[in-house]
Design a protein around this ligand. Structure first.
Ligand code: SER
Ligand code: ZN
Length: 673
């Protein structure tokens, strides 16, 4: 990517497009090295913009011919380079432009634009690949209705697919054939796709909530049909779930997935024609792990959910990438949580967030969930945009509660369907649905860095109060030396001696909604009244905010939470915190030439989890996994000693393995597989 010469693009410089495109007719004649593309664009001046030249984007393109309203344009009235097609003085009225370009799919090793993967023609247009197929205003706020005619050698490519519904197909002379696809839903160019090849097809169907039958097809290499079963099942469950949880129904006659072996990203949500890296489609029970199945289910759902969050409502510009990705990751996380175990899914997601995003946020590449400048947008498909972006949506839910969250989502779908939207417009829907001012909350989109929150609790037996003092800071990140306080929703509980939560009543008479205390100041305190016994504070339950939390809980408190907290995430977290303290201590000991010590309380707590027959096996398994080398290194932060960390982790893993072996055998006997 030419980041060396590229000028930075800035969010604050956004201007609406000068020209809009009503319809696109593409006529693509597939050939391994010389594919002909004729694009017929119905253009009109944007009523919001002044008269302007027409400048279309290109990338590595060769222009073969150009016509305006059916007449070839004289050479002096336009300029074509590989990167641009410019008509300095276009008519200031709607007109039709016919552009012919030649592209070489076999030479395209960038896997952006039209390329071949194991002999199959396919496309990848996000973020800026469409301009490698034809000249176009390649920006997501230009949404058009596409009709695509593909022709090819019938032997080479018996299957011809594009977005939308099939409207025509037939034979042509010289062993060629064609298919015409029409997509009635306006979309940005990055959602365009076509596929041509000799592929096998697995077919199924889905009846939508309004009773329409939708054809479902998964295309794979011949011989791999058997391995599509789980992907197809996941797709049907995702379609049903989006109807039930978000009221979103599918909107074409057919939904297709194509699995290819060469693909840069996990998968791509092209309208009606998702293209997948085949590792997220193919699985057989003989070789696939639990993780492989979970990955297929999540990615199939993610791409399907984009149909509403990304496609029907898209992004105004690439700065808003988190608008579709953060929201869609949140949706796929919720789907997996509903399909599987919610606590196990949450723990897995938080582990991944800490391992990838927290590290990004703490290093030289730290950037806000919505960046304000970029040179190359492909470098911003990051853990911050995707995973932290999902956490920000989850915090909206935590702040306003499930009913108002759903009302806000409904409002977003009604208000912005068919539009290219912004993060402000999205968040405004929740402000309107809940009556809550979200202005300060918007800092989650603009301030990089993981907030650090320190909490101390004080029990006053005479006054029967429990007071919590919280301080927050956001560390400096590149380009952002000074930070302002964030809105941090802390789900909490005061756990009594019997393991039950004590009622939460604030001293100032305010109620604390759904157990969520909201921090918004650099430091603040909250006093709970009517607290008859010393409680143990369970904080940031369910990882309600993506923060680095430091509490004054001692080892006994943590062991108590590990055994009794009604929030399973914090049971797991308590075990992790105990183990982390031990590991860091042992790293020091090893560096000083001493033997690592063991922690009996930790072993007792782990044994209790292993012996608790009510707990799900996957939760027990996660609980027995102590923090890894990367986690410990992250916690220590600087001047790390990889060898000491490795030896400390290895010693703890060995001890857990050794001490739980007997208990594990007992558990297995009790719970036949
Ligand atoms: N838009 C694609 C996705 O996230 C790119 O990876 O699903
Ligand atoms: Zn996505």
């Amino acid at each position: 990517m030419r980041t060396d010469i590229a000028q930075p693009i800035r969010l604050k410089d956004y201007r609406p497009p000068d020209w809009l495109v009503e319809t696109v007719h593409l006529d693509v004649s597939l050939h391994p090295t010389q594919t002909k593309v004729r694009a017929t664009l119905a253009l009109r001046p944007n009523p919001l913009a002044a008269a302007a030249p027409l400048v279309l984007d290109g990338d590595d393109l060769t222009l073969a011919s150009l016509k305006l309203d059916g007449t070839a344009l004289p050479a002096e009235s336009y300029a074509a380079t590989p990167d641009n097609l410019t008509i300095p003085q276009p008519p200031h009225r709607p007109f039709v432009l016919e552009i012919e370009t030649l592209v070489d799919p076999s030479a395209n090793t960038q896997l952006s634009g039209l390329y071949r993967s194991s002999g199959t023609y396919c496309t990848q247009c996000e973020a800026e690949g469409f301009r490698r197929i034809t000249y176009f205003p390649d920006r997501p706020d230009v949404m058009a209705v596409y009709t695509t005619r593909i022709e090819a050698d019938k032997k080479e490519a018996p299957v011809l697919l594009a977005n939308g519904n099939l409207t025509d197909s037939g034979e042509l002379p010289a062993g060629r054939h064609f298919a015409v696809w029409h997509d009635p839903h306006p979309k940005p160019a990055y959602l365009f796709a076509l596929v041509g090849g000799d592929l096998a097809c697995v077919e199924d169907k889905f009846r939508t909530m309004s009773g329409r039958d939708v054809k479902l097809r998964i295309y794979v290499e011949h011989g791999k049909e058997e391995r599509c079963g789980y992907a197809m099942d996941s797709l049907k469950r995702a379609m049903r779930w989006d109807e039930e949880k978000f009221g979103r129904e599918y909107d074409l006659e057919i939904f297709m997935i194509v699995a290819v072996s060469d693909f840069n990203m996990g998968a791509m949500e092209n309208k009606g024609l998702n293209v997948f890296n085949d590792k997220y489609v193919l699985a057989s029970a003989d070789t696939a792990t639990d993780g492989d199945f979970a990955g297929i289910e999540a990615v199939i759902a993610h791409e399907y959910f984009h149909n509403w969050t990304g496609n029907r409502i898209t992004c105004r510009d690439w700065f808003q990438l988190c608008l579709k990705e953060g929201l869609t990751v949140f949706r796929d996380q919720e789907f997996s949580a509903d399909m599987r175990s919610r606590p196990v899914k949450r723990i897995a997601d938080v582990r991944a967030l800490r391992a990838a995003q927290f590290v990004e946020d703490a290093g030289p590449l730290a950037h806000p969930v919505r960046p304000e400048t970029y040179k190359e947008i492909n470098n911003f498909y990051t853990a911050t945009v995707y995973e932290k972006g999902a956490e920000v949506v989850r915090m909206v839910l935590t702040l306003i509660g499930p009913e108002k969250f759903r009302a806000g989502m409904d409002l977003y779908f009604t208000r912005h369907d068919g539009e290219a939207a912004t993060v402000e417009q999205f968040i405004q829907c929740f402000a309107d649905a809940s009556g809550r001012d979200m202005a300060q909350f918007m800092r989650w989109y603009s301030q990089a860095g993981t907030p650090e929150v320190t909490v101390a609790g004080r029990f006053d037996a005479a006054a029967k109060t429990f007071t919590l003092e919280a301080k927050q800071t956001v560390p400096p990140t590149p380009g952002q030396p000074d930070k302002v306080p964030m809105v941090i929703p802390l789900a909490l509980g005061l756990v009594g001696k019997n393991g039950r939560d004590l009622p939460l009543a604030l001293a100032d008479g305010r109620t604390i909604e759904r157990g969520v205390l909201v921090l918004s100041e650099p430091s603040q305190s909250a006093t709970f009244t009517g607290v008859a016994e010393r409680p143990v504070l369970s904080l940031n339950r369910g990882f309600s905010a993506p923060i680095q939390l430091d509490t004054d809980l001692n080892g006994d408190d943590l062991a108590f939470l590990a055994a009794h907290d009604r929030d399973p995430f914090n049971r797991w977290q308590a075990l992790q915190t105990i183990s982390m303290r031990l590991l860091i201590d042992n790293v020091e000991r090893l560096r000083a030439g001493k033997a690592p010590r063991s922690d009996d309380k930790l072993m007792v707590a782990l044994a209790a989890i292993l012996e608790d027959a009510k707990l799900e096996p996957a939760f027990v398994a996660l609980s027995l996994v102590p923090p890894g080398e990367g986690d410990v290194a992250r916690e220590i932060g600087r001047d790390i000693d990889p060898d000491a960390i490795f030896r400390a982790c290895k010693a703890l893993r060995a001890e857990i393995g050794e001490r739980s072996r007997r208990l594990y055998a007992r558990r297995k006997k009790r719970r036949p597989a």
